[in-house]
Design a binder for this molecule. Structure first.
Ligand SMILES: [Cu+2]
Length: 287
């Protein structure tokens, strides 16, 4: 998958290079595509140094964004033992499923990733709320389908799952998030800690947001929601301007058709990992 992804991404760049001029970021005009990148690093206390990594690219044309991600080393699967799951506030239907990773673009904080100093209650975990002064509130939910605003922020059925995944989605971004990205103060966060390496409190204390999963009788443990990877989106040096000037030039169209293909592949991969989980949850809700 990742090989195909890279080949297609390279092809997409080649198409753009053939049809476009490359200009400095300072010379942007309406219709230009501006790209921002975040290198995802382990959140101190929550993910061991070097255990997980990722790269996120956000390409913006007007109010349309394409977010691509390549993530490695996160928590892989939920426990298969239903008693263990119950102790974590996770319904039995999720036993052994791909570990869901809620992911957001956070805004209106300091535009930084939290350090160990953010653990103000000294329980060994930087919980989601403790991280907020650094990365701010949720501006956009990087869901695999459905809404991309805060309404889907904690919906574990709409997120990528597993240790390693790629993600690609094009959507209309809200003005608040767009402004934060352009100010280089938007922060991408992937949530969900590896139970094998998380501090004991992550398994015993309820999450700081008060989230209860459908079908559970207690709040889900902090391990499901605490920030695992974090990275600040920064403008990359290049801006792509379609030749022929028009807002919807040949370059943009070529890029879009490639995006559609990539997204299809990514969605198929994710659907494969999560289909059982979604189906089970839906039927539980219908009862
Ligand atoms: Cu978040």
């Amino acid at each position: 998958m990742s090989k195909i992804y890279r080949l297609l991404a390279a092809a997409s760049i080649a198409v753009l290079a053939g049809l476009a001029l490359v200009a400095p970021a300072s010379a942007t005009a309406p219709g230009d595509t501006i790209t921002y990148e975040a290198t995802m690093n382990p959140v101190e206390l929550n993910t061991p140094a070097g255990a997980a990594s990722g790269k996120v690219t956000v390409s913006i044309t007007g109010d349309q964004v394409t977010v691509t991600e390549d993530v490695k080393g996160l928590a892989d699967k939920l426990p298969a033992d239903t008693a263990v799951l119950a102790s974590l506030g996770i319904p039995a239907a999720f036993a052994g499923a791909a570990f869901p990773h809620l992911q957001h673009i956070h805004i209106d904080g300091m535009g930084q990733c939290p350090t160990a100093a953010a653990d103000t209650d000294k329980n060994g975990v930087v919980d989601t709320v403790e991280g907020q002064p650094s990365y701010g509130k949720i501006g956009t939910t990087l869901s695999i389908s459905g809404a991309t605003d805060a309404s889907t922020a904690a919906d574990v059925t709409l997120v990528p799952g597993g240790a390693n995944y790629t993600y690609k989605r094009t959507f209309t971004i809200n003005a608040e998030t767009l402004a934060a990205i352009k100010a280089n103060k938007a922060v991408v966060v992937m949530h969900g800690l590896n139970p094998a390496t998380a501090a004991p409190a992550a398994l015993t204390a309820p999450n700081s947001l008060g989230v209860t999963l459908p079908g559970a009788d207690k709040k889900v443990a902090m391990v499901a929601t605490a920030p695992a990877l974090c990275g600040v989106l920064k403008a990359s040096q290049m801006v792509v301007t379609p030749v022929g000037a028009a807002d919807t030039g040949g370059g943009s169209m070529a890029a879009r058709s490639d995006n559609g293909l990539l997204f299809g592949l990514g969605a198929a991969l994710i659907a494969g990992a999560g289909a059982i989980l979604y189906t089970r949850k839906r039927s539980a809700l219908q009862k």
